[in-house]
Design a protein around this ligand. Structure first.
Ligand code: ADE
Ligand code: ZN
Length: 335
C-alpha cells in the first residue's frame, strides 16, 4: 500500500479548521441567493480566480467578505454540517473547530445565531456518524482586547459547550501580549487556550503566547524553527503545533511544498500535526494536506502514523478517548 493510501485510511483529528474557511464558492452562491444578497462575483470560476494571495492579509480581506452571506442559524448549520460530512471521507473522527464570532456580530448577526447553528450540526454529526467535535471561540487580534472581553461576555451562557478560546486574524503588529488579560479571564472560566503564532509573526510572538497567554496548543508555529532555544522548549514542554501545509503554500509562508518545514519539525521531535485551516480557500481538506506533504517531502508510513497519533494526543479529548483513537490507529494495516 502506498504511503498516501495508508494516510487516507488512518483515523485523524482536525485541530485547526476555521469553519468560515470551509465556505465553498458553490455554497457562497447558494446562500447569497437564499438570503437575497448581492456578491461581487458572477460565477464560481470568478470566485476561485480571486483566490490568489501573496500574504495572510490578502486572504483575510477575501475571507471576511466571503462570510457576509452567512446570516441565519440555518446558514451556520448548513456550513458546519457540510464540512463534517465532507471530512468523514478523510477519516476525520474528531474535530476541534474555530469560529470567529466578532466577524458576525460586527455585521449584525447575533452571537447566539452563529453558535446555535454550529452546535446543532455538532449534535447531528455525533448522532449520524459518531464524529465527536469541540468548539473553539477565536478572538480577532486586529480588534481591541476590550472587544474580545465583550465577546467573552456574550459567550458566558454557552461556556459549557465551548472548549477553548483562540487568537486569529492579522498577526504582525498584533502580538499575543495585547490579549494577556482576556486569556487570563478565559482560563479562570475553565477554558483551554490556543493561539495562532509564528505563521507570519516572529519567534518572539510564540514566546509571548507561551509565557503571557499560557497556551495549551500552538497554531502554526512555523517560525519557531528560527530560534533553537525555542524549539528545545517546545519539545521539552510537549507542545502541539497545528501545521497547515496547503495554507502555508497559498499564503506564501513557504515558497514551495518541497521547502515546507513539516518533516524537519517531526525529525527534530516537535509534536507537529497536519490540518486544513481554510480548506475552501487553500485547495484541500485533511487528506489533500497529507498528500501534498507526502509527495513533496517523501514522508514515510512512520511519519504519517506519527502525524495521525499526534492529532489525537494534541487534542482536548479525555485520556480514555485518546487511548481509544490511538488503538484504532494501530489496527490499520500498513502493507
Ligand atoms: N483566520 C482564518 N485563517 C487564518 C489564518 N491562517 N491565520 C490567521 N487567521 C486566520
Ligand atoms: Zn488558522
Amino acid at each position: 500500500m502506498s504511503v498516501a493510501n495508508y494516510a487516507a485510511r488512518l483515523p485523524k483529528a482536525e485541530l485547526h479548521l476555521h469553519i468560515e474557511g470551509s465556505l465553498e464558492p458553490e455554497m457562497m452562491f447558494a446562500l447569497a441567493m437564499r438570503n437575497k444578497l448581492d456578491i461581487p462575483f458572477k460565477s464560481v470560476d470568478d470566485i476561485r480566480a480571486a483566490y490568489a494571495f501573496s500574504n495572510l492579509q490578502e486572504f483575510l480581506d477575501i475571507y471576511y467578505q466571503g462570510m457576509n452571506v452567512l446570516k441565519t442559524e440555518e446558514d451556520f448549520f448548513d456550513l458546519t454540517m457540510t464540512y463534517l460530512n465532507r471530512v468523514c471521507i478523510d477519516k476525520v473522527r474528531h474535530a476541534e473547530i474555530f469560529f470567529d464570532p466578532q466577524a458576525h456580530t460586527a455585521r449584525g448577526v447575533p452571537f447566539d445565531t452563529a453558535i446555535s447553528g454550529i452546535l446543532t450540526a455538532f449534535t447531528m454529526a455525533k448522532a449520524q456518524f459518531g464524529m465527536t467535535t469541540k468548539l473553539i471561540l477565536c478572538f480577532l487580534r486586529h480588534l481591541s482586547e476590550e472587544d474580545a472581553f465583550e465577546t467573552l461576555k456574550q459567550a458566558e451562557p454557552w461556556l459549557d459547550r465551548i472548549t477553548a478560546v483562540g487568537l486569529d486574524s492579522s498577526e504582525v503588529g498584533n502580538p499575543p501580549s495585547k490579549f494577556t488579560r482576556v486569556f487570563k479571564a478565559a482560563k479562570e472560566r475553565g477554558l483551554k487556550l490556543v493561539a495562532h503564532a509564528g505563521e507570519e509573526g516572529p519567534p518572539e510572538y510564540i514566546i509571548e503566547a507561551l509565557d503571557l497567554l499560557q497556551i495549551d496548543r500552538l497554531d502554526h508555529g512555523n517560525r519557531s524553527l528560527e530560534n533553537s532555544a525555542l524549539v528545545e522548549r517546545l519539545i521539552r514542554e510537549q507542545m502541539t503545533l497545528t501545521v497547515c501545509p496547503l495554507s502555508n503554500l497559498k499564503l506564501c509562508v513557504v515558497d514551495n511544498m518541497r521547502s515546507h518545514p513539516l518533516k524537519q519539525m517531526l525529525d527534530l521531535g516537535l509534536r507537529a500535526t497536519i490540518h486544513s485551516d481554510d480548506p475552501a480557500y487553500f485547495g484541500g481538506y485533511m487528506n489533500n494536506n497529507f498528500n501534498a506533504v507526502i509527495g513533496a517531502l517523501d514522508l514515510t508510513k512512520s511519519h504519517v502514523k506519527t502525524l495521525a497519533r499526534n492529532s489525537f494526543i494534541g487534542s482536548f479529548l479525555s485520556e480514555g478517548e485518546k487511548r481509544a483513537h490511538l488503538a484504532a490507529i494501530e489496527i490499520i494495516q500498513s502493507s
